[in-house]
Design a protein around this ligand. Structure first.
Ligand code: UD1
Length: 434
């Protein structure tokens, strides 16, 4: 059993380099299916979600070559399948992007319903509604989605999204790349990775306008050609390290980011008394004195990201006074609070609201990662806590954070990855969890 062992209570000092954005990579890599000829993608994060997406591309018949640590050359001209197996699809939420990409390029897709972190109900009805609006025949049967284009291909249409959805926006954008005429998608998500996918498609010869606003227009083109594209830095990875510095104290330069993408996190930390200075592509985060309480509501971009909710909650646990968090996106995103309580946090959850009473310190304890970002929050808590914290179920964390142990050790954290045989009593508590 792999786990992180953290001896907390040490302020962090130094520099952390931010990797490419997970949520951009897991969309742009499937989007290479749209391109004729080899594509070179740079700044790909080395995380297990990316490994899975590359495995799916290989399963489809694509040629995937590693150029260096973060650069891959992908050639989809050898693709000879249009179905993604249940085995791979169930392991990752972003496997839904293969529906849009395969449908768009090959006129058919058969993809098992996606898996991923359990944050409550995670339907994909808006994705399927968008494909149907473009003229696709879409059926859900035996745990699979079957989608085909009609004779003559997909047709551009005006589509209004009932809800703001990151995945549906990107998926319908991919499906529309070769549709005849113009597709107008309204009430879309505006996250940085949506702009990144649009930029990728445009750099290969596509025509996507308006990404980053409420309305995206996609003018259908005949084909996309190969080229080179570099993925944006990861907003959530950067935000997680910002909260780590806030919680543990110290001063760290967060390098190679787009500071604008971090505005909502910077503003909240500043309100709490953390110092955040912008210098070119870097942010310098410093926390010396006490932190103050605040209220947070998670919302679609440019609001406070739901994927940062659990990490900032750790800071609020250590801030003076009472703070409120309202989760505005997912219905089941507070399971980590029981783990934080084991470390001395005082949190009451009622539906979508968490009330946090600040405490003067957290204490180390054995805890588990309930999902990717909850796992990151356990690491942040462990860095701030007195004593030893052992974080189990870290495969969740490895899904989205490249070399988290190395990066934190680089700023003075005492954290190690330990492989230990499972103890009988821990097996017992794990059995109780299910
Ligand atoms: C993406 C991110 C995830 C993040 C989330 C919100 C990826 C791989 N994952 O997930 O980390 O937490 O955005 O920022 O990029 N909904 C529907 N029907 C649909 C689609 C969504 O009802 O067809 C609802 C969801 O249940 C949720 C809300 O819309 O309540 C937003 O979900 P969405 O933005 O689609 O999240 P994902 O793209 O799955």
């Amino acid at each position: 059993m792999l786990k992180y062992v953290i001896r907390g209570g040490r302020p962090l000092h130094g520099e952390i380099n931010i990797s490419g954005a997970k949520n951009a990579a897991v969309a742009i890599l499937p989007a290479t299916l749209l391109v004729d000829g080899p594509v070179r993608i740079e700044n790909i994060p080395q995380i297990s979600d990316v490994t899975l997406i590359l495995e799916i591309l290989r399963e489809l018949g694509a040629s995937v070559n590693t150029i260096n640590r973060s650069t891959m050359e992908i050639d989809c001209s050898t693709v000879n399948r249009t179905s993604v197996s249940y085995e791979l699809s169930r392991q990752i939420r972003a496997s839904y992007y293969f529906i849009g990409a395969l449908l768009s390029r090959f006129g058919q897709a058969q993809v098992a319903m996606p898996g991923g972190c359990d944050l409550g109900a995670r339907p994909i009805d808006l994705h399927l509604k968008g494909f149907r609006a473009l003229g696709a025949n879409v059926e859900e049967k035996n745990g699979f989605v079957y989608a085909t284009t009609p004779e003559g291909g997909l047709r551009g249409r005006r589509i209004y999204m009932d809800l703001v959805s990151v995945g549906a926006t990107m998926n319908v954008m991919m499906a529309a790349v070769f549709a005849r005429g113009t597709t107008i998608i309204e009430n879309v998500a505006k996250e940085p990775h949506i702009v990144d996918l649009a930029n990728f498609i445009n750099s290969m010869g596509g025509h996507v306008m308006g990404a980053g606003t409420d309305i995206i227009r996609v003018r259908g083109v005949a084909s996309l050609r190969g080229g080179t594209y570099s993925i944006i830095p990861d907003q959530i990875e950067a935000g997680t390290y910002m909260t780590a510095v806030a919680a543990a104290g110290g001063s760290v330069r967060i390098r190679n980011i787009i500071p604008k993408h971090l505005d909502c996190i910077t503003n909240k930390l500043t309100e709490m008394g953390v110092q955040v200075e912008e210098e070119g592509d870097d942010l310098i985060v410093t926390r010396i004195g006490p932190m103050h309480h605040t209220n947070i509501k998670t919302m679609p971009y440019p609001g406070f990201p739901t994927d940062m909710q659990s990490q900032i909650a750790v800071c609020l646990c250590l801030a003076e006074g009472t703070s409120l968090i309202t989760e505005g996106i997912w219905e089941n995103r507070y399971r980590y609070t029981d783990e934080l309580k084991r470390m001395g946090a005082q949190i009451q959850v009622d539906g979508k609201v968490a009330v946090i009473e600040g405490v003067s310190r957290l204490t180390g304890a054995p805890v588990r990662a309930c999902d990717l970002r909850a796992g990151a929050a356990m690491v942040v808590a462990g860095l701030a806590a007195e004593g030893v914290t052992e974080v189990e179920h870290i495969h969740y964390v490895e899904r989205g954070y490249e070399d988290i142990v190395g990066k934190l050790r680089g700023v003075g954290a005492d954290i190690e990855l330990v492989d230990e045989p499972e103890k009988p009593q821990r097996r017992q508590s794990k059995a109780n969890v299910g």
